[in-house]
Design a protein around this ligand. Sequence first.
Ligand code: NDP
Ligand code: VSD
Length: 346
Amino acid sequence: MFSLGEGFSVWSDFSGWRPLLLVMLLVVGAFIVAFVLLLYMVSPLISPRPLKLNGAHVVVTGGSSGIGKCIAIECFKHGAFITLVARDEGKLLRAKKEIEKHSINDKQVGVADFLKSSVLWAQEKLGPVDMLINCAGKSVAAKFEDIEVGLFRRLMETNYLGSIYPTRAVIHTMKERRLGRIVFVSSQAGQVGLFGYTAYSPSKFALRGLAESLQMEVKSYNIYITVAYPPDTDTPGFQEENKDKPLETKLISETSGLCQPDQVAKIIVNDAVQGNFNSSIGPDGYMLSALTCGMSPVTSITEGLQQIVTMGLFRTIALFYLGSFDSIVRRCMMQQGKCADVEKKD
Ligand SMILES: NC(=O)C1=CN([C@@H]2O[C@H](COP(=O)(O)OP(=O)(O)OC[C@H]3O[C@@H](n4cnc5c(N)ncnc54)[C@H](OP(=O)(O)O)[C@@H]3O)[C@@H](O)[C@H]2O)C=CC1
Ligand SMILES: CCCCCCCCCCCCCCCC(=O)[C@@H](N)CO
């Protein structure tokens, strides 16, 4: 027997167990592989069939500007009939003209525009809605105490209740037809609360709760819900928000980069067509979604496995992000303190 001394001879006594250990490891490994293969075999039961956009009726709220307009263009390019919903008639008509430039054939019906959220009206006029995109929304970035109290309610009304009304208008017919897609455009600020978004973030978090509950109710009717979480996107709404955005909010949001609306629209439309519950954009978006998946439904085996494997690692990375956000806030506070001192001296 090979022995390095008294202590080591005990270890070498176990050498007879090693082949057994190896066999056990192999068996466990084989079980894991078999389990994963089995998951992939049942995956068609989990993943919905993609929706055919050609000839589908798509309603886009907030379709006259920014991300909503790009979503309408993307669907139009795939042969869908579009209904735009927004308040400003002039903006709607301009958007309609722009979208119609992307027509793929002469027969394709154009864009129906009208004021207020008369989705029911659109359904009667243009037929049942196959896909509803709730994109109308507004954002305000300011410190909690600087936000007028009424604004907390107004953002909730536009961003949250503004998604409830159109959804209520289409849900009956979708259930009857056993077909449909509903998209809620949230935001990365609907996955993590950030400096300056005390009024905006809650209205976007609320959409996730709505989407999870509704998905459980309508899945057996072959209706699939998508929640999209875009980062900062270069739109008229974003330009407006930037006018009086706190420096802290700007610097923190910049970590996730700035996207173009057509790029965001492509990803959202593709995820909605596939019936994916989660729609994220960019590497930070991917990490945030895996990290905050919680009890949200899973629409592909790959997605589920990725979440299981990556969650711990992403939490570790997130702690560094949180540390850097805190230091941004601290630095801004020190800077503002210095400015206040200078002002006092003057
Ligand atoms: N841009 C960004 O950085 C990000 C935006 N988002 C979200 O994406 C969505 C679109 O944003 P974005 O494209 O930037 O916004 P825009 O301001 O460019 O467009 C907003 C659209 O919503 C409509 N709208 C606004 N309020 C109402 C209302 N009360 N009723 C009906 N329609 C309304 C507007 O038309 P009208 O004013 O004529 O009604 C317009 O068509 C929003 O929900 C936003 O929160 C999410 C993440 C990032
Ligand atoms: C592993 C963990 C990774 C964590 C990454 C965290 C990144 C946070 C950045 C958040 C950006 C928020 C943008 C809000 C955009 C928006 O909704 C407004 N612009 C609307 O106009």
